[in-house]
Design a protein around this ligand. Structure first.
Ligand code: AMP
Length: 561
């Protein structure tokens, strides 16, 4: 089975296609969202998801998050002295998702459709693919996130041509895409965004408001205190709506500080962020040559579109209610699962033509006559240009440059330079042409590039109709089996935790964190329950462990404010 994966900046999800449509697969903790957080301790034990995130306040140097932002870069993350590239951290998230799905479905999973932001360039897409390969997943197809959202909303079933604006406000990134459904083809018309704007900025505003009102100076807070306050601000942000105000309380220097924050105050404080949101919306509309009123449907994705402040703002801006029948966190993964089903050619879904843009130029080497009778060779002739909507097919006619030339060689290149030598060589194909004076014979070179990154090159001799074909898979430079094996070998010191004990680990970490935060009687109470749970774990009796864990959990729920 092919699954669909949303490898998000903040959270990741995995979904599969059933007879009733796409469904999210819950993780080992029974939750649909797995935080895209990885932690590695000194012994090389790997923690992924909620457990890793819970380690943040206790062991901040062992945790990495938001690494999706650095995909395709050389950035290295140092976790407890070990070094990782962004795609290696992503592969750990993918591996956890894969294992959870395998255990849930009871079958092995070897292939996935992974979603990527529409603006991801080739480098970042390749890094995403490598992450999949390192996790033991074949990734032949990627789907851009807005397209996935549109697919999840079943837009391909529509008979009327429609224009959609997909508004995606995640934890740390913001993307606006305009898609157009036209005669059964779903095309990305324009994308715009801000890589440094997201739900986290709204949490930051809440935190600042609290600090301002309470008179606490941020510089007086330890790193752990800041993490703790941030968590409270996050809770308050989620709770606030036009009908409610929130009270944020925080234990500071052994004193509980409480501040009330109203919706209006919060909205005013978020004014700058809302202004920043407006920019990419405008830009994408301008790029697509459309006005706000041309948009037929507004789709919201990304956790932060749940914020009432954001929704109210959009309703005012578009004078339209967004379509929100799907959970904004889950839409992209569901769309990726539909795409997986299309790839498997399942009967329940009809294959729609989804388009994407090609993020680099594909062309060939030519000789250019720059003055009558004077030639310069080694020049690059673009055939499919960067940002062309794919699948795409373009033809260029090339003429012979010498008298009695009997062969035309087409070198296939990728890149943006005017000079062939600076671009990446992908392969070549030759055809024979009848001998004739120069410029009298010609070949038609057709490049067809599809959403699986397959490039088909067809060269046809105009006078004889003779054809030669070349298919280049390597246009996307997959990692070789050997490279994957080598890197896996290098990472083999890592100890992936058995999934059965995840809940125990998470409860213990949470309890440890709360113990550190608590004082006095609260601390003693926590200690009592933690000790009882640890004793049960040592004795190893399953029922006893479950009981002790449940008791500890109840206390944690009561005490975590
Ligand atoms: P994503 O990257 O799409 O998972 O989005 C994560 C962001 O959504 C984080 O900044 C969360 O704080 C935010 N978020 C999730 N749920 C809610 C909610 N109920 N209300 C407001 N923001 C939320």
């Amino acid at each position: 089975m092919i699954v669909g994966i949303d490898l998000g900046t903040t959270n990741s999800l995995i979904a599969y296609f059933t007879e009733e449509g796409p469904k999210i697969i819950p993780n080992r903790l029974g939750k649909n969202l797995t935080p895209s957080v990885v932690s590695v301790d000194e012994e090389g034990n790997v923690y992924v998801g909620e457990t890793a995130r819970e380690r943040m306040s206790l062991y901040p140097d062992s945790v990495a998050m938001a690494f999706k932002r650095s995909m395709g870069t050389e950035r290295e993350y140092h976790l407890s002295g070990h070094r990782f590239k962004p795609e290696e951290l992503s592969s750990m998230v993918l591996r956890a998702l894969k294992e959870d799905a395998e255990s849930y479905l009871g079958e092995e999973i070897t292939e996935a459709v992974i979603s990527v932001p529409a603006y991801f360039d080739d480098k970042r897409r390749k890094a995403t693919k490598r992450a999949g390969e390192l996790a033991g997943l074949k990734v032949e197809r990627m789907i851009s996130e807005p397209t996935a959202a549109a697919v999840a909303y079943g837009l391909y079933d529509k008979t009327k041509d429609t224009r959609f604006l997909v508004f995606d406000l995640g934890g740390g990134t913001f993307d606006v895409s305009i898609l157009e459904l036209y005669h059964n083809i779903l095309e990305v018309r324009a994308v715009a965004g801000d890589n440094y704007l997201g739900g986290e900025d709204f949490t930051e505003v809440m935190m600042k408001l609290f600090l301002q009102k309470s008179g606490i100076q941020r510089q007086n807070l330890s790193e752990k205190d800041q993490v703790r306050l941030y968590r409270q601000a996050e809770k308050a942000k989620r709770a606030i709506s036009d009908k409610t105000e929130v009270t944020l309380s925080f234990l500071y220097r052994e004193e509980t500080k409480e501040e009330k924050i109203t919706y209006q105050e919060y909205e005013e404080a978020c004014e700058d962020l809302l202004m920043k949101i407006r920019e990419p919306v405008k830009r994408s509309l301008a790029d697509a040559g459309l006005k706000l009123s041309d948009i037929d449907e507004l789709l919201l994705i990304g956790g932060a579109t749940r914020l009432s402040i954001v929704r109210d703002f959009l309703i005012r801006l578009f004078r339209k209610f967004p379509d929100t029948k799907l959970n904004p966190d889950e839409t992209v993964a569901l769309g990726a699962a539909v795409q997986a089903a299309m790839k498997e050619r399942r009967e329940e879904v009809k294959e729609v033509i989804l388009t994407d843009v090609c993020s680099f130029t594909l062309g060939t080497e030519v000789v250019v006559e720059y003055e009558e009778g004077k030639f310069e060779d080694g020049r690059f002739c673009p055939i499919i240009e960067r940002n062309t909507v794919i699948p795409a097919s373009h033809t260029e006619r090339l003429y012979t440059v010498r008298d009695n030339q009997d062969k035309v060689r087409v070198r296939v290149l990728q890149g943006e330079s005017r000079f062939a030598r600076n671009n990446l060589y992908l392969g070549e194909v030759s055809v024979e042409v009848p001998k004739a004076p120069k410029g009298q014979e010609a070949v038609d070179v057709t490049y067809t590039y599809d959403i699986n990154s397959l490039l088909e090159v067809e060269v046809t001799v105009v006078s004889t109709g003779a054809k030669q074909k070349l298919i280049i898979k390597g246009a996307d430079n997959q990692m070789t089996e050997e490279e994957i094996a080598n890197r896996m070998e290098e990472l083999s010191y890592l100890k992936i935790q058995p999934r059965d004990y995840e809940e125990n680990r998470l409860v213990l970490l949470r309890a440890e964190r709360m113990y550190e935060e608590a004082l006095g009687d609260r601390r003693k109470k926590l200690d009592r329950y933690i000790t009882a749970f640890e004793a049960a774990l040592k004795r190893g009796d399953h029922d006893e462990i479950m009981d002790a864990r449940e008791e500890l959990n109840v206390i944690l729920e009561e005490e975590d404010d």
